[in-house]
Design a protein around this ligand. Structure first.
Ligand code: IMP
Length: 199
């Protein structure tokens, strides 16, 4: 079975392929099936945004489509930046600008708890939907540390490892991350769906 990944990111394709090829699913990018849809992420939740993207690409391609949405939720900021993680502080900020803004917003704040969230949604042309959510709890560091990863990784601290996400190897990060977690759950959900145990 062919499925379209609602993304232009070849790295995400590799990640999804590694998991779904074991199930006989052939994952391709939107561009591989001649689809290019700009979906506005207007949802109030990660689940809604993943659904909006997957649904639009499923409609445009006529094939089952998979999308994900992720971000960082900070307790002391009532869950911000949340679904706005990629756009926090406006379009002029880069990754460093966004995590500096986060550190400034938490200046003097002792409650540093937060979590990364990743939601994956697959929409089928018959209206069926398979979803999974992964989370990774941690704290927001007082200063950036480490050079790996992307986004907020240098300021996301894992108390149990005494390291930030940016200090982990990709394998170490995948083993505990929100995305790794969501992908594993998604695999199980999709297996259940294909085996019909889910209906
Ligand atoms: P998305 O591409 O719409 O899911 O936006 C995700 C945004 O959340 C990214 O641009 C990052 O700012 C942030 N984010 C999500 N996952 C991670 C991660 O693993 N490390 C660091 N930042 C992340």
């Amino acid at each position: 079975m062919k499925m379209v990944l609602a993304s232009k990111n070849a790295h995400k394709l590799e990640e999804m392929q590694a998991i779904l090829s074991q199930m006989g699913v052939d994952v391709v990018l939107e561009s591989d099936v001649g689809v290019d849809v700009e979906v506005e992420e207007t949802g109030a939740t990660f689940e809604e945004n993943a659904f909006l993207k997957a649904h639009a690409v499923m409609e445009a391609s006529g094939l089952p489509a998979i999308a994900d949405d992720s971000g960082l939720c900070v307790d002391a900021l009532n869950g911000a930046p949340g679904v706005y993680s990629a756009r926090y502080g406006g379009p002029e900020l880069d990754d460093v600008g966004r995590y500096q803004l986060l550190l400034n917003s938490l200046r003097g704040q002792l409650d540093r708890r937060g979590k990364f969230v990743s939601c994956i949604c697959c929409c089928f042309p018959n209206g069926d939907k398979v979803e999974a959510r992964g989370e990774c709890p941690g704290t927001i560091a007082y200063a950036p540390k480490g050079t790996g990863g992307f986004g907020y990784d240098p300021v996301f601290f894992l108390p149990q490892l005494k390291k930030t996400f940016a200090e982990l190897t990709p394998e170490e990060k995948n083993a505990i991350s929100h995305r790794g977690n969501a992908l594993q759950k998604f695999k199980t959900e999709l297996e259940n769906y294909f085996n019909g145990t889910d209906q």
